[in-house]
Design a protein around this ligand. Structure first.
Ligand SMILES: [Zn+2]
Ligand SMILES: [Zn+2]
Length: 455
């Protein structure tokens, strides 16, 4: 992948903070500070830490701690503090870090489809599907008909019309149910996965507790916001043998059986919710369920859903929150009064206000609707996977740290022969004006920061 560099030094419209820059130049720390900033890989909101880290040699025979190998004191660093990437997964918050997150998710999904990163390659022959689960309707919304008919409002909406997905009549739209559905989407998914195992077992003539001796059902999923503000789930679902991805699935396990079982489980699953003002809420998936078999890339004729397309799709949505689809917020709200000042869609405002109002109720305390109002009530994880699906994001991060260490000091001893004593305390986040200006001057395009490229 070519490394593109922005020429911000020459094109930046913000004037350089000259006094701070000339101080750095006079102190001779400019090259060092540029080096420290470049280790952030373009992260613009790094976490700043005060503290130290000392690495000691360990005698492998006696286990005794020996001489100091490395010592790092934050005060000695050019920026005066240790700068660590923010690792925010949201594109709107940190483009550079979210790009790393997107690539990690891509690898994780791909490993579960094609093998790799500790998952054997024969998982590619296991039955697997890509399924999309939607929310039910909460009232009619503006939409585009594929058959040329206009929307119910009488107009033909453009593809990027802001009105799409928003209620035809906001006063009759069921905002309360919409927010509560999001708040129960996580439990609904968990119950679905139990039902799914039961349905798979039933089709194989097995009791639920017998299934695990024959097969395992694993998945990786991501949550995406529809334009109407409802969460839906995209999931890769796979049948393995009794030992997970390592073991071949039984002969009865086919993509058709899996598809059928998913349909049955999704239709049956239901979660009982709270009773509000005499109305008992219950939550189910919407009738729109899309299940497609994933084919291997090698047999793709351009029509089939490929492993690559699925991985790219899931990875993309792993870096987005409610802000992208619905024009809501990418961070928590502190006071409801802030809502009036924000430049967000009217529909998003109503969803957030509803979550805030419901969040005041004692009986809904466990849903933490105020803390999650900006997520329109959804407080689940954006991307989750069952333990046996493939590698973990943590493992990928460790591999990357290992790679960086090897790049920095190829002759360093393996970490298990050293003893590390470290103490760090959070100082603050962000960069100073001069640091930000310098960082922009060397910022590579997101995702090209000198790491091996995958996918
Ligand atoms: Zn960042
Ligand atoms: Zn319309």
């Amino acid at each position: 992948m070519p490394v593109r560099r922005r020429t911000a030094i020459f094109t930046s419209v913000t004037p350089p903070p000259l006094p701070e820059l000339s101080n750095l130049a006079a102190g001779g720390t400019l090259p060092a500070i540029l080096r420290q900033l470049s280790s952030l890989g373009g992260c613009t909101h790094p976490i700043r830490l005060d503290g130290h880290r000392t690495e000691y040699d360990v005698d492998t025979a006696t286990g005794e701690i020996g001489r100091v190998l490395h010592q790092l004191n934050s005060g000695d660093l050019p920026a005066g503090q240790l700068l660590v990437r923010c690792n925010n997964r949201r594109t709107t918050r940190c483009p550079a870090c979210s790009e790393v997150y997107r690539r990690d998710t891509f690898q994780l999904i791909t490993a579960g489809l094609r093998g790799g990163k500790g998952t054997p390659e024969h998982v590619a022959t296991h039955p697997r599907v890509f399924a999309t689960f939607t929310a039910p309707g909460f009232g009619p919304v503006h939409n585009r008909c594929t058959d040329g008919r206009p929307c119910r409002c009488g107009t033909h909406h453009d593809q990027d019309d802001e009105a799409l997905g928003t209620p035809l009549n906001p006063d009759t739209y069921d905002y309360e149910a919409a927010v509560l559905w999001n708040a129960h989407a996580g439990p609904l998914w968990r119950r679905f996965s139990t039902y799914l195992r039961r349905e798979v077992g039933k089709r194989a003539g097995l009791l639920q507790r017998e299934l695990r001796d024959h097969a395992r059902v694993s998945f990786a999923k991501v949550a995406e916001y529809q334009k109407r503000g409802a969460v839906h789930f995209h999931a890769v679902i796979r049948i393995d043998g009794p030992g997970g991805g390592e073991t071949p699935p039984p002969a009865w396990a086919t993509a058709e059986l899996l598809t059928d079982a998913i349909g049955a489980a999704a239709a049956k699953v239901r979660v009982d919710g709270p009773t509000i003002d005499g109305r008992a809420h219950k939550f189910v998936f919407g009738r729109q369920l899309d299940v497609r078999t994933i084919r291997s890339a090698d047999f793709n004729d351009g029509q089939e859903l490929t492993e690559r397309a699925v991985a790219a799709y899931i990875a993309k949505y792993a870096t987005k929150g409610a802000e992208t689809a619905t024009g809501a917020l990418d961070r928590p709200l502190k006071f409801v009064a802030e809502l009036a000042q924000l430049d967000i869609s009217e529909h998003a405002r109503r969803l957030i206000r509803t979550a805030w109002a419901l969040g005041a109720r004692k009986d809904l305390e466990h849903l933490r609707l105020r803390a999650w109002a900006h997520m329109l009530g959804f407080r689940g994880h954006f991307s989750t996977k069952s333990r046996r699906y493939s590698t973990t994001l943590g493992a990928l991060r460790d591999a990357r740290a290992e790679w960086r260490r090897a790049q920095a000091a190829p002759n360093e001893p393996a970490p298990e022969t050293t003893y590390v004593l470290a103490h760090w305390v959070f100082a603050r986040t962000g960069l100073s004006d001069a640091e930000a200006w310098l960082a922009a001057s060397l910022e590579p395009a997101p995702g090209t920061e000198g790491e091996p490229t995958h996918g």
